[in-house]
Design a binder for this molecule. Sequence first.
Ligand code: DAH
Length: 335
Amino acid sequence: MAQLDDLRKQISLVESDLDEGLLGLTDQQTLETFRIEFLGRKGRIARLFKVLGELDADARAEAGRLLNALKDHANTAFDKCRDKLQIVTLEGRITKEKVDLTLPGVYRSLGHLHLLTQVQQEIESIFLRMGFDVATGPEIESEYYNFEALNIPEDHPAREEWDSFYIDGSHLLRPHTSPVQIRVMEQTDPPVRIICPGRCYRRDTQDATHSPVFHQVELLWVEEGLSLANLKYVIELFVREFFGEGYKMRLSGDFFPFTEPSVQVHMRSRGSSDWLELGGAGMVDPAVLTNVGYDPEKVTGFAFGFGVERMAMLRYGIDDIRTFLINDLRFIEQF
Ligand code: DAH
């Protein structure tokens, strides 16, 4: 019996040490150390269980009950303490990590379409509203579509105007979008009403107004009874839509093998005295219509090819064509 009394005392000592100790704990880590001290395999409670073997049968039953009760108590007490500490830690974090609504937000910049793409899309939408379709053609083009079909035979001196990058003996990077006219007319019976925006390549030395890569927008309208007056009207309408009222345009005589008569289109803002060339235009040469199987006695047509960079430069006051290609964010982000 003396042994059992002794065990009771030890049990109540362990229990009060445990209860008091738990009260003083403030973090999960010391809680775990403390738990091992009491409930670990060699902890204080496990050591008390060892006494069982030394007791006689009656006392052992009672001691076993007492020890199990102690173990249960310890387990529950630790669980409770762990829950309490978790809440305390969470509350601590919540008060510490307050959101300061007066701080400026984090700026995440979003990408956007390049100015040239925006301009191209705007041009497309203007002509779509006027009833034109958008056509495309390959950037690597054959000499036939690029020259011959456009009434520029092999030995024609005008070929030099389109100083080109050749891929092989008879294919080149297209120096203008005019070959798309031929491709479309070959596929469609008149009436034809298309525009074709796209990239062009020329062996030009770079400077403020020349770039070996640039964009054009080609227009072609073929139908019965079209005249130069219709061409002038369409260009004027477009110029007013794209540039607004503050601009003037002027047509002057020119020569292109694929148009007759041919004109040059110039623009200037009302405040300025400098005329800037937008591109060429004219009535489609009967030889070109014949090349695609149209009857020039029945239908006539007109066309133009304008520089897209030129239009953007004029509208936004950009004075160097190279700015479009160098990807300087200070430029790109302005539009
Ligand atoms: N293709 C010509 C060039 O790049 C521009 C041009 C002139 C296009 C007259 C046309 C046109 O459609 O009718 O210089």
